[in-house]
Ligand binder design. Structure first.
Ligand code: IPE
Ligand code: IPE
Ligand code: MG
Length: 238
């Protein structure tokens, strides 16, 4: 059974509102995504300083592949730039980089860079930064079901052996703890297919701030609010 972690061990963020941030300024959406990338740098650093052990950022959803091709290209370009430019910061701060999602859809050049930095930082334990890329919660659950079906067909597993723990072992990052706190920026009150399995008892925090405006102070505010919550996990309260 789940246990509350205080301060939050794992924070997940749906980084939303880059487009609206740009549109409000009469700028093209690309500039909103650029400003969003700056916010990523800021918040990774802030999370590290605040002692957060795991940070998972929703950077590109499975459904985002349906956006116009030039916006997708811009986003992949920014991802590549982020990985290249932040490598030294990740190394210096002992941050382990990971990625979850259907990564085989990512352009080959971007993916090979990403995999290189993932390998370079694999031994670090100060904080784990997981990028959800080409990620969908339902797709993750389907992919787990496929792996379980293959294992059963191979005779490595019986249907009766499948329980929550065994199922969870077949998700993209089985060793990552469930998020304690899930933040969504820009006011939208939905999960948009993010961490559907893992967020079953996660505390939700929605702020109207657009992602490019999200600051360390806003992160502290979300954590403070989280610490006031009574996480009951279906039990009777304290
Ligand atoms: C979030 O900002 C970034 C991604 C989804 C990649 P959006 O691009 O969704 O910004 P809005 O929601 O249009 O403002
Ligand atoms: C969720 O934002 C995905 C990411 C932040 C990467 P969207 O902007 O794609 O979500 P919807 O379309 O508003 O639900
Ligand atoms: Mg959006």
């Amino acid at each position: 059974m789940e246990e509350a972690s205080r301060p939050p061990h794992h924070i997940a963020i749906i980084m939303d509102g880059n487009g609206r941030w740009a549109t409000a300024r009469g700028l093209p959406r690309l500039l909103g995504h650029q400003a969003g990338a700056q916010a990523v740098r800021r918040i990774v650093e802030a999370a590290c300083e605040l002692g957060v052990k795991a940070l998972t950022l929703y950077a590109f959803s499975w459904e985002n592949w349906d956006r116009p091709p030039d916006e997708i290209q811009d986003l992949m370009g920014l991802l590549d730039e982020f990985v290249r430019r932040e490598t030294h910061t990740l190394l210096a701060n002992q941050v382990r980089l990971r990625a979850i999602g259907r990564l085989d859809q990512i352009p080959a050049g971007v993916l090979s860079n990403l995999r290189r930095v993932i390998a370079q930082t694999a031994q670090f334990e100060r904080m784990t930064l997981t990028l959800a890329l080409s990620y969908g919660g339902r797709q993750e659950i389907v992919d787990a079901a496929r792996r379980l079906a293959r294992a059963a067909r191979a005779g490595d597993l019986t249907p009766e052996q499948i329980d929550e723990a065994v199922f969870a072992q077949h998700l993209y990052a089985p060793d990552l703890r469930d998020p304690d706190l899930l933040i969504r920026t820009s006011g939208e009150q939905r999960l948009s297919n993010f961490l559907l399995w893992q967020a079953s008892y996660t505390e939700l925090y929605v702020t109207s701030k657009l992602w490019p405006d999200f600051s360390k102070g806003d992160l502290v505010e979300a954590i403070t609010e989280y610490e006031r919550r009574d996480r009951r996990f279906g039990k009777v309260g304290a």
